[in-house]
Design a protein around this ligand. Structure first.
Ligand code: HEC
Ligand code: HEC
Length: 315
């Protein structure tokens, strides 16, 4: 009898314990889901910040594509845990970590007939394992940011009302050249040589990021009046050679050149300053690391000097 009672009490306790544990589990499930969702949202926000610091200049504040192809594409906006999503996630992580070589046959970026997206120029490697500056957690944040199915993440990196993104304007004149302004105080031969260099947009690249006169793009500051900023020939040459490349490449470890503090930067924190006229009373100075490729070795010293002489005469 006593044993039976003991047995009953034990089984009752066991049942109570089981009910308690089960109840806990049932309550734990949504809590776990909520935690996963919260973590996911945190990754998206973190990704937006990393994107704003490292990727806007080439992929655009809204992922609309500039030098690199658009990233706000439909095929990326899938649940990252679905089979299709896992594949996209892996592709994004690999590409961001390793960078990509580019394809010289294409102008700017292009969608090929087989549905692939390619661009004429290289994308730097960002992963630590590949000499880049971002650890795995940042790369994950970037991938989850790009893949957020809501599409709302693209309002985070750049306030588009403040900073309307203008498409690059590559219109040519009747001679197939981009009409560029004449520099002042510069002889005709230098003017012609510099313009010819700048017109080779895939070689010098300047106009794929900068506006001069009515032509070019809005990734870097407008250079239409760079000659009146107070910079000198030597500064310009050094800047073009050793600009603040995100990660100095192996062959050239010269430290990044600091940009001129008077530079009106309107393309980073905001691109609200739409005029080339530097507003020196309230300059918007970029403080982050913003990528301008360095041209040492890609252009000869003479070519860099010619372009700089031309820029010095733009007032
Ligand atoms: C200097 C310009 C530049 C910067 C900065 C840059 N990219 Fe790229 N990105 C490119 C180019 C150019 C390509 C295409 C290269 C090619 O076609 O081989 C590309 C390709 C990609 C692709 C492949 C897309 C596809 O459809 O195949 C992804 C993803 C990507 N970039 C993400 C990023 C992220 C994230 C960052 C910031 C950490 C970043 N990029 C920074 C230029 C850049
Ligand atoms: C991939 C885009 C890109 C290309 C290509 C590029 N630039 Fe830049 N450039 C930038 C960015 C971004 C900045 C702003 C850098 C900063 O805020 O630190 C900049 C800044 C500058 C400045 C201002 C420097 C200062 O501190 O006052 C000059 C001058 C300049 N670029 C000239 C050139 C010339 C000349 C070329 C072609 C040989 C060129 N850039 C090619 C993106 C680019």
């Amino acid at each position: 009898m006593r044993n039976e009672r003991k047995y009953k009490i034990i089984s009752l306790l066991t049942i109570l314990l089981a009910v308690f544990l089960l109840g806990n589990c049932v309550r734990e499930l949504p809590r776990m889901n909520a935690a996963v969702e919260k973590q996911h949202d945190e990754y998206v926000i973190k990704g937006a910040k990393v994107y704003a610091q490292n990727c806007v200049q080439c992929h655009g504040p809204r992922g609309e594509g500039v030098i690199g192809m658009p990233l706000n594409r439909k095929e990326f906006k899938v649940d990252y845990q679905s089979p299709a999503g896992k594949q996209q996630y892996d592709m994004l992580v690999q590409t961001i970590k390793q960078g990509r070589a580019g394809n010289a046959q294409h102008y700017q970026w292009e969608k090929t007939a087989d549905g692939k997206w390619i661009s004429y120029t290289a994308m730097p490697a960002w992963g630590r394992d590949f000499g880049g500056a971002l650890d795995d957690d940042y790369v994950k944040a970037l991938a989850l940011f790009i893949m957020d199915p809501t599409g709302e993440q693209w309002t985070l990196p750049g306030d588009t009302a403040l900073a309307p993104f203008q498409d690059p304007n590559y219109d040519k004149d009747k001679n197939g050249q981009m009409p560029l302004p004449d520099a002042q105080g510069v002889d005709a031969a230098t003017n012609a040589a510099a313009k010819a260099l700048l017109n080779q947009t895939t070689k010098t690249l300047c106009l794929t990021c900068h506006t001069i006169g009515a032509r070019g793009a809005k990734i870097g500051p407008d250079l239409t009046q760079v000659g009146s900023w107070g910079v000198d020939q030597k500064f310009l040459e050094d800047w073009i050679k050793y600009a603040n490349t995100f990660q100095p490449k192996d062959e050239d470890k010269t430290p990044a050149m600091a940009h001129d503090v008077r530079m009106p930067v309107y393309w980073s924190a905001n691109r609200a300053t739409t005029s080339p006229q530097p507003n020196l009373t309230n300059p918007v100075i970029s403080t982050g690391i913003y990528y301008m490729p360095r041209f040492k070795g890609k252009l000869t010293d003479e070519e860099i000097a010619t372009i700089s002489r031309y820029l010095m005469g733009l007032k």
